[in-house]
Design a protein around this ligand. Structure first.
Ligand code: IPM
Ligand code: MG
Length: 355
């Protein structure tokens, strides 16, 4: 089969890690007899520099006509002016909304080989294997916002419809059925009206999945339990901003943000896949970034948008193998002498991808 992949490197280390993920897909193509056609497009700061917009129309069009989108990261100090009206992050928010990517899956699996790289005690981490399903196109990120009183008062609005809550809850329950069968719905229903609607809706949706264990948890308690008993979670589902915060916290359970992939899904098979780390401007251009998060995102792309499970597993196995052999990029290395570069990590993983 021929697959069209939109390639949005973005800023900072984004293009460096996406280049490795694309090489791994090419290698998958050779090993399994597929062909991937890559369509590069601009997003974020580099798009602002070239076109004045963080999300040019051509980029959105390229994504819409592709089978899947692979994205690096956006942003950097160059565009970090709080008063600017055009910001790299608008590219990311715009593409999520524009493609209807309402369900963001962020798996966090503790890798036994990297247990020493986390700041959390091994006995707490052991067995951690969870997925946060973050609602991605609603909530306070997209509600009405503004200033009044001559700019001296500011407001943002957390707003959700029942339909928006329902569809992401269904994603979480379907996912739990393929995993360990447990959903934790996270809200702040003791304070927020949008959370009371969330909780009410989640309770109703849960009734359709009697085979899945279900619980509600307040977001502050969830933040605590994530580092107290992370191995007890399976699927956590929550609204946009709670999910943003909890997934940064949860990423530390895996040792390094550089390791973690994500998938953002719409209705149908189109999806956007990106490592959860940012553009890391401090290390950009040095060839030392960890491409594993991007490469594992490509594995999710194979699995969730293209339905190529064997191919996805081949990539995940190759990553595990390279780590088991002791190869480390700087962010996960316990001593500096063993450190390899972004490209070498990509080479080693490619070599180990076999049908
Ligand atoms: C993320 C990021 C984005 C978000 C930023 C860059 C807009 O933190 O993907 O988690 O807040 O959603
Ligand atoms: Mg975030």
């Amino acid at each position: 089969m021929d697959y069209q992949i939109a390639l949005l490197g973005g800023d900072g280390i984004g293009p460096e890690v996406i280049a490795q993920a694309a090489r791994v897909l090419e290698r998958v193509g050779t090993a399994f007899g597929h062909s991937f056609v890559f369509k590069p497009a601009l997003i974020g700061g580099c798009a602002i520099d070239a076109t004045g917009s963080a999300l040019p129309d051509e980029t959105l069009a390229a994504c819409r006509s592709a089978d899947a989108v692979l994205l690096g990261a956006v942003g950097g100090p160059k565009w970090d002016n709080p008063t600017a009206t055009v910001r790299p992050e608008q590219g990311l928010l715009g593409i999520r909304k524009g493609l209807g990517l309402y369900a963001n899956l962020r798996p966090v699996k503790m890798n036994e080989m990297l247990i020493g790289a986390s700041t959390i005690k091994p006995e707490v981490l052991r067995g951690t294997d969870l997925v946060v399903v973050r609602e991605l196109t609603g909530g306070i990120y997209f509600g009405e916002r503004g200033r009044r009183d001559d700019g001296n008062t500011a407001y943002d609005t957390m707003i959700y419809s029942r339909a928006e809550i329902e569809r992401v809850l269904h994603t979480a329950f379907r996912l739990a059925r393929q995993r360990r069968g447990k959903v934790t719905s996270v809200d702040k229903a003791n304070v927020l009206e949008s959370s009371r609607l969330w909780r009410e809706t989640a309770t109703i949706v849960a009734k359709a999945y009697p085979d899945v264990a279900f619980e509600h948890l307040l977001v502050d308690a969830c933040a605590m339990h994530l580092i107290r008993r992370p191995a007890t979670f399976d699927v956590i589902v929550t609204e946009n901003m709670f999910g943003d915060i909890l997934t940064d916290e949860a990423s530390m359970l895996a040792g390094s943000m550089g390791m973690l992939p994500s998938a953002s899904l719409a209705e149908g098979t189109l999806g956007l896949y990106e490592p959860i780390h940012g553009s890391a401007p401090d290390i950009a251009g040095q060839g030392i970034a960890n491409p594993v998060g991007a490469i594992l995102s490509a594995a999710l792309l194979l699995r969730l948008s293209l339905g190529l499970e064997q191919e996805a597993l081949a990539v995940e196995r190759a990553v595990d193998q390279v780590l088991a052999e002791g190869y480390r990029t700087r962010d996960i290395a316990e001593n500096a002498s063993e450190v390899i570069t972004t490209t070498v990590m990509g080479d080693l993983i490619c070599e180990r991808v076999t049908a």
